[in-house]
Write a protein that binds this ligand. Structure first.
Ligand SMILES: [Zn+2]
Length: 490
């Protein structure tokens, strides 16, 4: 992404950014899920001081009416009857994947229909579009849990505040990209290779020895990643124990550079091994068997954050069997080209990979496998939540059928099915997710409090009555810039 594109974002929203020095939200109901705090008739004042270049707009005051003097000279937005929350955070996405049918040739090779290099070119040229679909969904921060080295450029583009000094515009005005805040991991350190994804800057790198793991972490550390990600894939040729030394070496070297380690581990024994060898974050649910007491205790003692990514477990199978259950939010706010591609019946029969052919022939088997996964994953989530393990909401968006942006609302539905309350779900998507985001930014998002960054979502109905209202979005505020929800995708 070039500076030119970053500037075009900036110019597109400049008028809004420059409208007022100060914004005051009054009369709304403030909900801080991290502390279960609810404030009726709240006043929230957002400062937009041009001197703040990195930190951006701060919430200067939140609470009841003590801040009346703060309202002077402010651009006042009446939020009567509305509900104000911290912006949502999706802690598991991949910008190198579009969510369309061609985005994982290692899973279903459709190069004969659409070459993978064309797919990647499309993804790179549509990053601005992807960013706006997150904002439309009220998502003001995302964690990209692994991709090629160009991920670091995506982070730079999304997070760079542009200081405009162009003639006609106020000198030194600070404008932010029309994008969520982005934290990233670089390429995944993997137990298996995926040559189909390698176009010269592979997202997945097979590492065979502890020495190579340390060397690769040092290469990553030079890019200042927010996380190092391990892809701990286990099968009969890759048993759990054979990869343990690499997980340990990766963790030790990452921790020496003060970088946290996130691990993909979907079986109970793999996840246990990952944590024992130094993982800080588990990026999926355990889906093969119920978690046991020792595992729960291990996660609690080590302060592990777990991101369940429930939605992704249904979307490959449902896409391939032509049983896709996209929500109204996904249909409305997902990229239409991505969604159109997911109709597998449009692919010529002679070009269909066996995996899709088989799923189309026996859709009931695909749905049954998904049900079996949820029969384990949902109770596991409830067990971990009840035990007080920190759960961060995330979708794995970008994988086939998991739509960048609105997939988070399907994740909320599944968290509800697991038995979480609306407040718990919202806590997972705000305060807990901010912990996974990490760093200085992570310490200043996910709550509406003095000194925090002004990333907010304003809802038209109460999400505590029904989590489905979480998508009833009126306005999104990112870094103090106000976006009426209906204007974001236009
Ligand atoms: Zn992932």
């Amino acid at each position: 992404m070039t500076l030119k594109i970053a500037l075009s974002f900036a110019l597109a929203i400049f008028a809004l950014a420059a409208r007022a020095e100060k914004i005051a939200l009054i009369n709304g109901t403030l909900i801080n899920p991290g502390t279960s705090q609810i404030v009726q008739n709240a006043t929230i004042v957002i400062l937009r001081d041009g001197r703040i270049v990195i930190g951006g707009a701060k919430i200067a005051a939140a609470g009841d009416t003590k801040t009346v003097s703060m309202l002077k000279d402010a651009h006042v937005i009446d939020c009567k009857g509305k509900f104000i929350l911290p912006g949502y955070i999706d802690t598991h996405i991949h910008f190198f994947q579009s969510g369309d049918l061609f985005t994982r040739p290692d899973v279903v090779d459709l190069n004969s229909v659409r070459p993978y290099k064309d797919e990647v070119a499309w993804i790179k040229s549509h990053l601005d579009d992807t960013f706006t679909r997150y904002l439309r969904s009220g998502i003001t921060a995302v964690v990209d849990v692994g991709g090629p080295f160009w991920n670091f450029e995506v982070r730079r583009t999304a997070n760079t505040d542009v200081q405009l000094t162009i003639s006609g515009l106020a000198q030194g005005s600070v404008v932010t990209a029309k994008a969520p805040r982005v934290a990233v991991a670089g390429p995944l350190i993997s137990s298996v290779s995926r040559p189909q994804l390698d176009l010269g800057d592979p997202p997945i790198v097979k590492i065979d020895t502890p020495e190579r793991a340390r060397e690769f972490v040092r290469k990553l550390a030079a890019q200042n990643p927010d996380l190092v990600k391990i892809w701990y894939i286990v099968d009969k040729d890759h048993p759990v124990d054979s990869f343990r030394p690499i997980v340990r070496a990766t963790s030790e070297e990452s921790h020496a550079h003060k970088i946290r380690v996130a691990v993909h581990a979907t079986e109970l024994e793999t996840a246990r091994a990952a944590v024992e060898e130094g993982a800080d974050i588990l990026v999926h649910s355990v889906i093969d068997k119920p978690v046991d007491d020792a595992f729960v205790k291990l996660l609690k003692n080590r302060h592990i954050i777990l991101c369940p990514t429930l939605v992704v477990f249904e979307r490959y199978g449902r896409t391939f069997s032509h049983e896709l259950n996209l929500t109204p939010e996904e249909k409305a706010w997902g990229n239409p080209e991505v969604i159109a591609s997911l109709d597998v019946t449009k692919i010529p029969q002679n070009k269909l990979p066996d995996r899709i052919k088989n799923a189309l022939a026996k859709p009931d088997e695909a749905l049954d496998r998904i049900k079996k996964t949820y029969d384990v994953a949902l109770p596991n989530l409830k067990t971990l939540e009840d035990a007080g393990v920190t759960i961060a909401a995330g979708t794995d968006a970008g994988n086939i059928g998991t739509i960048h942006g609105p997939a988070l609302f399907r994740e909320f539905q599944l968290m509800k099915e697991a038995g979480l309350t609306p407040m718990q779900i919202l806590q997972c998507a705000t305060a807990n997710a901010a912990k996974l985001f990490g760093g200085e930014t992570g310490a200043h998002i996910g709550k509406i409090e003095n000194g925090y960054l002004a990333d907010l979502v304003i809802l038209k109905s109460n999400p505590l009555d029904d989590i489905a209202h979480a998508s009833d979005i009126d306005t999104v505020i990112k870094n103090g810039v106000v976006y009426p929800a209906n204007s974001i995708l236009h």
